[in-house]
Design a protein around this ligand. Structure first.
Ligand code: PLP
Length: 409
C-alpha cells in the first residue's frame, strides 16, 4: 500500500504522524472493532468509548434496577439540565442554565425555530441555507406551511457555505429568524457564527444555529458570540450512540420570552403539581416536553468528561492536522484520477471532514466496506472522509485513501 513520496513512504509518514500525535494514546479509550481498518464516518456516528458497555450495564443494574422509581428523586429529574450545563462548560462556551438535553435534533429544531419566530409575529420570513441538511429544510418547510411564513434561501457554492455578507443581503425588516448550520454537512464549510449572528441582529432577526457537525470538534463560544438559540446532535463527535438525545441552548435573557410549541409536563414549572393549566418553567427546562431518556444520556456524559480532560483546543488542533493530511493525500493520489475536492482548502474554514466527489463513488461503497474501509456517502457522488480527532489515526486516512485509489483503478 506504500507509495513513494521522496524517500519516505506514505505509510511511514502516517506512522510518524501517529507516533508524534500527543492525543494518539487516547485512541485506546475507544472500543476496538477488529474488522474495520479505517473508520472514516465518525461525523455520522461516533465510535463507542471502551467504558460505554459497562457504563450502560451498571446504570441498568444499579440505578434503574437498584433504585427503580426512586431514581427520579435521586438525580434523573435534574439530569437533562445538569448534562446541559456540562456541555455548556466543556464544549459550547455557555454559562450554566442555558442548555438542556432531550428529544432529537429534528424535534429541538422545530421547538427552537417556533420559539424564535414567535418573538415577533409581525415578521414573516425565515432565511436559511438551500444546501442545509434535509431535516433542517424539512422542519422549516413544515413551519412555513403551518404559520404562513416565507422561506428565503441562500445558495452557496458546492465546496463552500453561507457567510455573514450573504445573510446581510438576504435578511431585512421582515426576517423573523436566520437558521443555519455552523459546519455545512456536505462541504464542511465553517461559517463565522459571531459575524453572521451580528448580521442577523443588525436587522432585528433572531438566530437558530445547528451545531450538529461542530459540537465536540470545533471550539464554540455561544455566549460570547451572542447566539440566541442553538441545537445539536450528540451521536456524532459526542459519541452518545445511535439516537442519543440532542441538546438545545437558549440565551438566558431571552428565555422568559421563548414559548416552545410542545407543552408537556416535564417543561412545566411544577411537573408534579398536576395542575389544570400549563405554566412554563421559568428557565431552560421550559424546552423539555415529555420524559427524557436517562439511559441514553450515560455515554454522552463520559465523552464530555473525556473532552474536558483533553481540552477542545487540542481536539481542534488535531482535527486540522487530520483534514490537512487527507487533503495532502487527495492532492497526491486522487486528484490525478479525476477526483474533486468539495471542501475548503483552508483548514481554518472547514470542520472535521473532507468531501471528495467522483462519479464512480456511488458504486464503490460495497467494495470499500469489504476492505474494512468505512467512509460516508452523500449524493450525488460525494464520499465524506469524517475524522474524529480522539479516535481516528493518520494511518486510517492513509489506508482509507489508498483503498479508494485502488478501487478507482
Ligand atoms: C446529523 C444532523 C441532524 C440529525 O437530526 P436527527 O434529528 O438526530 O436525525 C440534523 N441536522 C444536521 C445539520 C445534522 O448534521
Amino acid at each position: 500500500m506504500a507509495c513513494d513520496s521522496g524517500t519516505v513512504t506514505v505509510g511511514e509518514r502516517a506512522a510518524e504522524l501517529d507516533a508524534h500525535d500527543a492525543l494518539g494514546a487516547i485512541r485506546t479509550r475507544f472500543l476496538d472493532v477488529p474488522d474495520v481498518v479505517a473508520y472514516l464516518d465518525g461525523n455520522s456516528l461516533g465510535r463507542p468509548l471502551a467504558a460505554t458497555p459497562e457504563r450502560i450495564a451498571a446504570f441498568v443494574r444499579d440505578r434503574w434496577g437498584g433504585r427503580l422509581i426512586r431514581g427520579w428523586d435521586e438525580g434523573w429529574m435534574e439530569a437533562p439540565a445538569r448534562l446541559g450545563d456540562d456541555l455548556g462548560r466543556v464544549v459550547l462556551g455557555a454559562a450554566a442554565g442555558q442548555t438542556v438535553v432531550g428529544d432529537s435534533t429534528s424535534v429541538l429544531l422545530y421547538k427552537a425555530i417556533r420559539a424564535a419566530v414567535a418573538l415577533d409575529p409581525s415578521r414573516t420570513e425565515i432565511v436559511f441555507a438551500a444546501g442545509d441538511f434535509p431535516t433542517d429544510r424539512f422542519v422549516l418547510q413544515g413551519i412555513a406551511a403551518e404559520l404562513g411564513l416565507t422561506l428565503v434561501p441562500i445558495v452557496a457554492a458546492h465546496d463552500s457555505g453561507v457567510d455573514a455578507d450573504q445573510v446581510a443581503a438576504a435578511a431585512g425588516a421582515r426576517t423573523a429568524v436566520v437558521v443555519l448550520s455552523h459546519v455545512a454537512y456536505r462541504s464542511a464549510y465553517l461559517t463565522d457564527v459571531a459575524a453572521t449572528t451580528a448580521a442577523a441582529h443588525a436587522v432585528g432577526a433572531a438566530t437558530v444555529w445547528d451545531l450538529s457537525h461542530s459540537v465536540g470538534v470545533v471550539p464554540l463560544r455561544l455566549d460570547e458570540w451572542g447566539v440566541d438559540l442553538a441545537v445539536g446532535c450528540t451521536y456524532k463527535y459526542l459519541n452518545g450512540g445511535p439516537g442519543s438525545p440532542a441538546f438545545l441552548y437558549a440565551r438566558r435573557e431571552l428565555q422568559p420570552r421563548l414559548a416552545q410549541p410542545i407543552q408537556g409536563w416535564m417543561g412545566a414549572a411544577e411537573p408534579f403539581a398536576m395542575g389544570e393549566r400549563y405554566a412554563a418553567d421559568p428557565g431552560i427546562r421550559r424546552f423539555l416536553s415529555g420524559t427524557p431518556s436517562i439511559v441514553a444520556m450515560q455515554p454522552i456524559a463520559d465523552m464530555v468528561a473525556l473532552l474536558d480532560e483533553v481540552g477542545i483546543a487540542a481536539v481542534r488542533a488535531k482535527s486540522e492536522r487530520l483534514t490537512g493530511f487527507a487533503v495532502e493525500r487527495f492532492d497526491e493520489e486522487l486528484a490525478p484520477l479525476g477526483v474533486r475536492l468539495a471542501s475548503p482548502r483552508d483548514p481554518s474554514r472547514r470542520g472535521s471532514h473532507v468531501t471528495l466527489d467522483h462519479p464512480a463513488f456511488p458504486s464503490m461503497l460495497a467494495a470499500l466496506h469489504a476492505r474494512g474501509v468505512i467512509p460516508d456517502f452523500r449524493r450525488p457522488d460525494g464520499l465524506r472522509i469524517g475524522l474524529s480527532p480522539l479516535s481516528t489515526s493518520f494511518a486510517e486516512i492513509e489506508v482509507g485513501l489508498a483503498a479508494i485509489r485502488a478501487e478507482l483503478r
